[in-house]
Design a protein around this ligand. Structure first.
Ligand code: AMP
Ligand code: GLY
Length: 426
């Protein structure tokens, strides 16, 4: 069997490593991939939005299953294009990926089907949005409707900030067309948890939970990033909460999508806030989270290819997911200055330390080979250092000790990934 993975970050590296474990897989391809993925897959220099080239590549290479991992090609309809060409693809089609592609769609769906989420209003016009703010409670949250690299959410602590945010999103078009429409929503407080699931349109199977750290600096300070680190499982997401979410959020969402004529197949990601009034949905993603995938996938005992094929074929009811009874922590090694401006091209040393150690992994996010064949930094988020442990504390210790194995100029990381664990009753 031949598998193609679309994407080129740490999440795709974690997927590739899991796919490689399937004995029926002869060859893995990845577009565009990165220097780490190139160790286990043949990478081709094709961008994730070059749909025609991807379809042609999949045909030429005789691909049996294409896994589309990032949001942009999912929301843009790559799965539809592959299916139209008679190719098997894992991921939601365009009609279903709108759950991530439009925050207004997601909010309206939740309202219609009584799925708990923050109160909100949607605006297409800046003047109306500004008028609404005059009587709104502060703090308040403003979200560009469309995809904005995870940066389209602005939490505003004063009316002035909120007014400026409307201007930034709707008039200055900081996030481009994504900001033609805006969602203004109630500010929620509580602990955040990411819950990923596999779906086949009818059946939903929940994976082990995780928590991300989105801000750039220690103590959740600084700008929002693509994610500076994760841990799994979340000790705050108890079995009782999971059962409650299954009834009130997970199943109702899948059923709602079917009723809307948009059956969801693929990975459905629930970004939840555990509020005093119970869990509420902050956002849906139509894919694995990054860097959630890096701590969740390595703990999964199931064969990922089998699970994905069951999703595509509508047979997920025949599968139960099984996770290791341990924990994992991922610390992202970034380039100093991320997410604003940073230098690239620095040689990376120490990667070999991870070879042959089952409980330690280094997933490449922004790396490439330079002209001399040396692996160098090539992005803001460079590597994800992952370690497992018997429990979260041990996994955290292991992960931080493994971060010292790697060196590159301008290496930057948060030092408090998983600090929340200390508040938990473990
Ligand atoms: P999102 O891209 O929708 O997950 O938003 C990014 C981050 O903004 C989330 O992880 C939360 O930390 C925060 N956020 C989003 N919506 C809200 C809300 N209604 N109340 C408080 N924080 C929020
Ligand atoms: N880590 C959050 C996301 O992938 O959107």
């Amino acid at each position: 069997m031949r598998v193609l993975i679309v994407g080129g970050g740490g999440r795709e590296h974690a997927i590739a490593l899991a796919v490689k474990k399937n004995p029926g897989v002869d060859k893995i391809f990845c577009v565009p991939g990165n220097a780490g993925i190139a160790e286990i897959a043949e990478c081709a220099d094709i961008k994730v939005m070059e749909f025609d080239r991807i379809v042609r590549f999949a045909r030429e290479k005789g691909i049996d299953l294409t896994i589309v991992a990032p949001d942009d090609p999912l929301v843009g309809g790559l799965v539809d294009e592959l299916e139209n060409a008679g190719l098997k693809a894992f991921g939601p089609n365009k009609a279903a990926a709108v759950l991530e592609g439009s925050k207004a769609f997601a909010k309206d769906l939740m309202k219609k089907y009584n799925i708990p989420t923050a109160e909100y209003a949607v605006f297409d016009d800046a003047a109306d949005a500004l008028k609404y703010l005059d009587t709104a409670e502060i703090p308040i949250v403003l979200k560009a409707d469309g995809l904005a690299l995870g940066k389209g959410v602005l939490i505003c602590h004063t009316l002035k900030e909120a007014r400026n945010a409307v201007k930034t999103i709707m008039l200055d078009k900081k996030f481009g067309r994504a900001g033609n429409r805006i969602v203004i929503e109630e500010f929620l407080t509580g602990r955040e948890v990411s819950v990923l699931s596999f779906c086949d349109g009818k059946t939903i199977r929940i994976m082990s939970s995780a928590q991300d750290h989105k801000r750039a600096g220690d103590g959740d300070t600084g700008l929002n990033t693509g994610g500076m680190g994760t841990f799994s499982p979340s000790p705050f997401f108890t079995k009782a909460l999971q059962d409650r979410c299954m009834k009130k959020i997970f199943k109702p969402t899948l059923e709602a999508m079917s009723k809307e004529g948009r059956p969801f197949k693929g990975v459905l990601f629930f970004g939840l806030m555990l509020t005093e009034d119970g869990p509420k949905v902050l956002e849906y993603n139509a894919r694995f989270g990054d860097p959630e995938a890096q701590v969740v996938i390595p703990r999964m005992k199931n064969d990922i290819v089998e699970v994905m094929e069951a999703c595509v074929d509508g047979k997920l009811d025949e599968i139960e997911l099984d996770f290791e009874d341990n924990a994992a922590v991922c610390v992202v090694l970034a380039s100093d200055g991320y997410p604003v401006s940073y230098k690239k091209g620095f040689p990376i040393s120490g990667l070999d330390h991870f070879k042959g150690r089952d409980n330690y992994m280094v997933f490449h996010a922004g790396t490439k080979f330079d002209d001399q064949g040396q692996i160098v930094t090539n992005g803001g988020r460079v590597l994800g250092v992952v370690a497992k442990g018997n429990d979260l504390r041990q996994a955290r210790l292991n992960a931080y000790s493994a971060t010292t194995w790697i060196e590159f100029d301008n290496k930057y990381m948060r030092n408090d990934i998983g600090k929340a664990i200390d508040d938990a009753d473990l």
